[in-house]
Design a binder for this molecule. Structure first.
Ligand SMILES: C[S@@+](CC[C@H](N)C(=O)[O-])C[C@H]1O[C@@H](n2cnc3c(N)ncnc32)[C@H](O)[C@@H]1O
Length: 474
């Protein structure tokens, strides 16, 4: 059938990095462009899963004449799509001969990756695609320059500025010396993946920070206003700290902790180069930092980006399959620390908003940690419903988990990442501003707060606020 053959040709061209899906689909002579586009996009989204299923079922070994990309499109239709369109022609009997083995392979993959739905295979995959799939994101350090000035500088150097991107497709299509502004983050420039800016004068002068887009989400979503007090619990090497300082415009205070002296030393250099002057660095175990210490009495914002398995970091070329998959024991140890750190962070008395993030794709380090914290503090915190248009959401392991964000090379063109924004439930418009901000409450105010908290709490379940985007959201 022409649809499948054309889709296979377009897919082969796209995966061979010879063009964007859109360009190729419209260049094809196939009449139902919409149908073709959807089929190629979906097949490509599941590409790694389909490769694993096809290899496991031995399809290409058994059917020597079947081309790999055509096999991918057909197996997508058979197992993940809505079934063969227009009957499937001559491909249908061929695929049906292998149907049982292909289905068994898909089921085995789900068991192995501990997921139940097909789409979850996209999220808890093995190591996500290679780094070459992810564009080079460059955050403009607004403590030192502006996006406009940075754009002008690159233009003078012969780069071609394409304006603000409107979709991920624009990012995917970047080539040569072209660059864009990111559609979501106002100070993020996007270059083709191969662009190396480590020796660029603006980078060396601290005007640019080479930081993946997903890793910019935590500070952006924490959105502390200038003048506020922020705690960065596991801070080194400090990219997110410098982003926080830029949002604060160096006004206010960041208490940054890390227990690794060497990492802190390079963080100090990075912060100095970035012009950060509002940050106090401390070589300290965050779990030993006392929430009742008066120094932290005005801390309303906490960023917790703890050590994790790094299973979301894009694979390095030629890395062994499964290299990014942590052992069960390591996962348990990491998740234990992450839970303790999150519970500890939530015990800071003035805390209003917290961002929890990891560069892991493992549910144990992400949704499970957040769910544990919400259960430990029934009714006190809820997940803020951030960035409703972000395409990749938390795994639906508990009510409201879709408010968490996930990221991956396949779905968001970034490294693999997880972010959850927790906010305190209690502050309502009837609470006077000064009372809400002051940690030393009067007895009467404390009683009134306690009463409100009791009313707001639903034991055992996290509170999820309505659908309005959080500050700094899309
Ligand atoms: C994922 S990295 C943080 C990256 C950092 N937020 C950034 O954006 O550059 C995790 C950091 O947590 C630190 N860490 C691990 N356990 C800690 C603890 N108990 N207290 C403070 N820092 C800790 C590690 O040394 C490591 O530097």
């Amino acid at each position: 059938m022409a649809l499948y053959a054309t889709a296979a040709t377009v897919l082969a061209a796209v995966e061979g990095r010879r063009g964007s899906i859109k360009g190729l689909v419209y260049a094809s002579s196939f009449q139902n462009v919409k149908q073709l586009y959807a089929l190629v996009c979906e097949t490509q989204r599941y590409s790694a899963v389909l490769d694993a299923v096809i290899a496991g079922a031995g399809l290409l070994r058994a059917e020597k004449k079947l081309r790999p990309h055509l096999a991918k499109v057909l197996v997508y239709e058979l197992l993940l799509g809505k079934g063969f369109r227009g009957g499937g022609g001559r491909w249908r009997p061929l695929l049906e001969r292998h149907q049982a083995r292909l289905k068994a392979e898909l089921a085995r993959l789900k068991v192995q990756r501990r997921v139940s739905r097909n789409e979850d295979l996209l999220q808890v995959g093995s190591r996500p695609g290679t780094a070459s799939q992810v564009p080079r994101f460059v955050r403009v350090n607004t403590l030192k320059t502006s996006p406009e000035d940075a754009v002008d500088y690159f233009k003078r150097q012969g780069f071609s500025y394409q304006g603000r991107a409107s979709s991920l497709e624009d990012l995917r299509a970047l080539k040569g010396k072209c660059f864009l502004l990111d559609p979501l983050l106002p100070e993020l420039l996007v270059f083709p993946a191969q662009t190396d800016l480590h020796d660029h004068p603006l980078y060396r002068a601290g005007h640019l920070i080479l930081q993946d887009k997903a890793s910019c989400l935590p500070a952006m979503l924490l959105a502390p206003p200038p003048g506020s007090h922020v705690l960065d619990a596991c801070a080194a090497p400090g990219n997110k700290t410098s982003h926080l300082a830029a949002l604060l415009r160096n006004q206010g205070k960041i208490f940054a902790f890390d227990r690794d002296a060497a990492r802190l030393a390079s963080m100090a250099t990075l912060l100095a180069r970035a012009g950060v002057s509002c940050c106090e660095l401390a070589e300290e175990d965050f779990l030993a930092v006392s929430p009742s210490d008066r120094r932290y009495r005005h801390v309303q914002y906490i960023l917790l980006d703890p050590s994790c398995s790094g299973s979301g970091m894009p694979a390095r070329p030629l890395e062994e399959p499964g290299a990014g998959t942590p052992s069960k024991a390591r996962l348990q140890a990491l998740a234990g620390f992450q839970q303790r750190a999150l519970r500890h962070a939530l015990s800071f008395p003035s805390l209003q908003r917290l961002v929890y993030s990891t560069c892991s794709l493992c549910q144990e380090e992400n949704e499970d940690v957040v769910w544990d914290a919400l259960q430990q503090n029934p009714g006190a915190f809820r997940l803020a419903p951030v960035l409703p248009s972000w395409p990749h959401r938390g795994l639906s392991t508990f009510p409201g988990a879709e408010h968490c964000l996930r990221a991956s090379p396949e779905t968001t063109l970034t490294g693999g990442f997880f972010v959850a924004v927790l906010e305190r439930v209690e502050v309502s418009s009837s609470v006077p501003e000064a009372e809400a901000a002051a940690p030393e409450l009067t007895a009467g105010a404390a009683r009134r707060r306690k009463k409100r908290r009791r009313r707001a709490s639903a034991p055992g379940t996290p509170q999820v606020r309505g659908a309005e985007p959080a500050p700094g959201g899309s």
